[in-house]
Design a binder for this molecule. Structure first.
Ligand code: NDP
Length: 512
């Protein structure tokens, strides 16, 4: 077994920095257990790669089996716990997350690289979702239906599936686990949860708080490890009845295909290439602020990030000037330092991807407006920092106009008409979020009709959403029912139809 590596984050100016665990442990059947993993991955801080935040076990498949079997053993009692009683644990969980919000935000900033204030925003969203789902504990229900037959009661009810696997990415390591775990739990399922290997610390704290909230052992099991072993073993485990996955298209397609082979219920929320359309009558300053917020917030590492601004020609010069101004005001640096508004890319792999796309943009002939380089001097020397970058003169066929970059890179595409804007906006494989800036109500509603995205914003950024509203995308962004909102319960339940005949006589025929 490799020696654990922990370098305590240095006490630089800015927020207090919590002390990381030396090693992360799996949580199985209500116990925190050392993994027998032969390999471990260091949790490296993306803002300063000299700082290591403990070691993550790359657990073997046998430990996945233990986690799933623990969830299966806990299922009968959890299924029979009344939903409002399950919900009380979720309310306590939400309260504990809120109590620890500063600590959690600092952890998130340290291991993922969001700024402290962005991290708090993510955690606030998680709290809202857990509270909303706890409320659903008093609302999960079916329909009562008329019958064709006399004295017959027909109704539906929603029942839990059993053991569900939850596989999450690093970019929202608090909110995404919460928006999957909360509906799964309130609906009565038990869980095997695999967080991203890059963000183990937030996962550990979330589950510790859930334990403190009173969740019985075995109901949620946390298992660390590589996607290709732990993730794959979960998807293939006989006792797993459903997989809720958020991540890349490549892995999501694999999970969906493998799941389909055994008719598993699978929900995938994948990538985005979200357009913000600016019409000639728009408030350009509002549109520019929203564009910068969507493109550079969380270093562009949001599935709902604004990666394309599609702008009517006649206002494009003015719009580009305004966006340049906002991009140049972004302060890039240590996410816990005072005054910083944008952190690093999450790791070396993602950093390289972003830098490669800057090369692609240059090769494709896009016109650099601002940014375009890594930052590597002084305080940026040891982190994965990239300048907020804007390209103008991007054409719809270019790779930077079509592919998800997941970095602080905006492509401005100039168009001649509303119709062309919609056509360009839809001309990508993804369909998660979109935004339209206009004061023309007719074109606003026409945009809502025609745009191929699961979420549409009008005069607000492509990012953001509320706990009670469904979240998810069309086309290559995902398959399965939406997450969040009351529809989230549908994925985690099976619908059962009941016919109860109270005639006390033999049923002879239907109405004919
Ligand atoms: P990945 O697809 O690389 O990883 C997601 C999760 O899947 C991780 O836990 C990963 O484990 C695991 N995994 C990897 N390989 C397998 C496998 N063979 N079987 C099962 N699980 C596996 O995505 P990222 O973490 O890089 O996240 C970024 C992506 O997520 C972006 O494309 C982004 O757009 C998308 N996303 C979509 C959202 C949406 O709602 N539409 C929201 C947020 C992000 P490990 O960490 O060990 O590799």
């Amino acid at each position: 077994m490799a020696t654990p590596t922990v370098t305590t984050p240095k006490a630089a100016a800015g927020r207090p920095r919590p002390t990381p665990p030396k090693q992360y442990r799996n949580y199985i059947a209500g116990k925190w257990l050392d993994s027998a993993a032969e390999r471990r991955a260091p949790n490296v801080s993306p803002a300063d790669t000299r700082v290591t935040l403990g070691d993550v076990p790359l657990s073997p498949a046998a430990e996945v089996d233990a986690a799933v079997l623990a969830a299966a053993a806990a299922f009968p009692a959890w299924r029979d716990t009344p939903p409002p009683v399950r919900a009380r644990i979720l309310y306590r969980w939400a309260a504990l997350i809120e109590k620890h919000i500063d600590e959690l935000a600092a952890i998130l900033a340290l291991e993922e690289g969001k700024t402290f204030s962005e991290s708090k925003g993510e955690i606030a969203k998680a709290i809202n979702i857990v509270e909303f789902m706890a409320g659903e504990g008093r609302r999960i229900g079916g329909d009562t239906l008329p019958s064709e037959l006399p004295r017959t009661f027909v109704y539906t009810l929603k029942q839990p599936l059993g053991v569900v696997a939850i596989i999450t990415p690093w970019n929202f390591p608090v909110a995404i686990p919460c928006w999957k775990i909360a509906p799964a739990l309130v609906a009565g399922n038990t869980i095997a949860f695999k967080p991203a290997t890059l963000t183990p610390w937030t996962a550990q704290r979330l589950i510790e708080l859930l334990e403190e909230a009173g969740l019985p052992g075995g109901v949620v099991n946390l298992i660390y490890g590589a996607g290709s072993t732990v993730g794959d073993a979960l998807v293939h485990h006989k006792a797993v009845r459903a997989v809720s996955f958020t991540g890349s298209n490549e892995v999501g397609t694999h999970v969906y295909t493998e799941g389909a082979k055994r008719l598993l219920k699978v929900q995938c929320e994948l990538g985005g290439k979200n357009p913000l359309v600016v019409l000639e009558d728009a408030d350009l300053e509002l549109a520019a602020v929203a564009t910068a917020q969507g493109a550079f917030g969380s270093s562009g590492q949001r599935c709902t990030a604004t990666s394309r601004a599609i702008v009517i020609d006649q206002v494009a010069d003015q719009f580009v000037d305004l966006v340049r101004g906002h991009a140049q005001k972004v302060v890039v640096g240590d996410p816990l330092a005072d005054g910083v508004t944008m952190g690093p890319s999450v790791d070396g792999g993602q950093f390289k991807t972003v830098l490669d796309y800057l090369g692609v943009a240059q090769g494709e002939g896009a016109k650099l407006v601002t940014g375009g380089k890594r930052l590597s001097e002084g305080a940026h020397e040891h982190g994965f920092f990239v300048e907020p970058t804007v390209y103008d003169g991007v054409t719809p066929g270019m790779r930077i106009a079509k592919e998800e970059i997941f970095g602080p890179v905006l492509s401005v595409i100039r168009v001649k008409s509303f119709e062309e804007a919609v056509e360009v906006a839809n001309d990508v494989e993804f369909g998660l979020s979109s935004s339209l800036y206009t004061n023309d109500v007719n074109r606003m509603y026409r945009f809502v009709d025609l745009i191929e995205t699961g979420i549409v914003h009008v005069n607000s950024p492509t990012v953001g959403g509320e706990a009670q509203a469904p979240f998810g995308g069309m086309k290559g962004t995902g398959v399965g029912t939406r997450e969040q909102g009351k529809v989230a319960i549908d994925f985690f339940t099976e619908l059962k139809t009941v016919y109860a005949d109270y005639t006390g006589t033999k049923r002879t025929s239907n109405i004919y």
